[in-house]
Design a protein around this ligand. Structure first.
Ligand code: URA
Length: 192
């Protein structure tokens, strides 16, 4: 299994399927545990992530850590990745062609991980993973099922930094996530 992860990460680093590799500093492949039951998917790396080659290490990442802490988790107990693995210049949203070029890697990551729960962080991940017409304001916190995997979307941590008025709804979504994890995952919370 470790070999398969390494092969996938190496292939991803060599990918030339779109032009984002030309301006990136580092590939940003994943973080957390490759045996986790819960997968979190963001949009794409920002400047700090590109510098360090690790997802969610900038301000949004610190806020994500705070969100996980609210439900008694940290990044060692979940798996974290993004829709695109190279930084879109100037922090723009990844273009559809870039997302489409990269999504095969996320599918292969999901096939190796076999998560019980997928949490989409923000609209872009939700539109790729849950459904193309996903409306984050209306459908955050709603549970969907795809091929036996439970999934939901929450507001992206960057959106919560920009607009704190959305935080109370996100608190409810986090509590719903905690309940779902307790009901379908066996290893995420150490037995109490
Ligand atoms: N925002 C994302 O969507 N992903 C990261 O890795 C960092 C910020």
């Amino acid at each position: 299994m470790a070999d398969q992860w390494e092969t996938l990460e190496r292939e991803c680093g060599q990918c030339r399927g779109c032009s984002l590799w030309e301006t990136r500093k580092h590939l940003v492949f994943d973080a957390g545990s490759r045996t986790a039951e819960v997968m979190l998917v963001g949009e794409g790396p920002g400047a700090s992530e590109d510098e360090q080659g690790i997802p969610f290490v900038g301000r949004a990442g610190q806020f994500l850590d705070d969100m996980l802490e609210i439900i008694g988790l940290d990044r060692t107990r979940v798996y974290i990745s993004n829709i695109v693995k190279c930084r879109p210049p100037g922090n723009r949203d990844p273009l559809t062609v870039e997302q489409d070029a990269c999504i095969g890697f996320l599918r292969r990551q999901t096939a190796l991980l076999r998560p019980k729960i997928i949490v989409c962080l923000g609209r872009i991940a939700a539109m790729q993973i849950i459904k193309p017409d996903f409306k984050i304001t209306r459908e955050h916190g709603v549970w969907f099922e795809r091929g036996g995997v439970r999934m939901m979307a929450m507001y992206h941590p960057s959106a919560l930094l920009r607009d704190p008025s959305r935080r109370p709804e996100t608190f409810d979504d986090l509590k719903s996530l905690e309940r779902e994890i307790r009901s379908v995952c066996k290893r995420t919370y150490p037995s109490e």
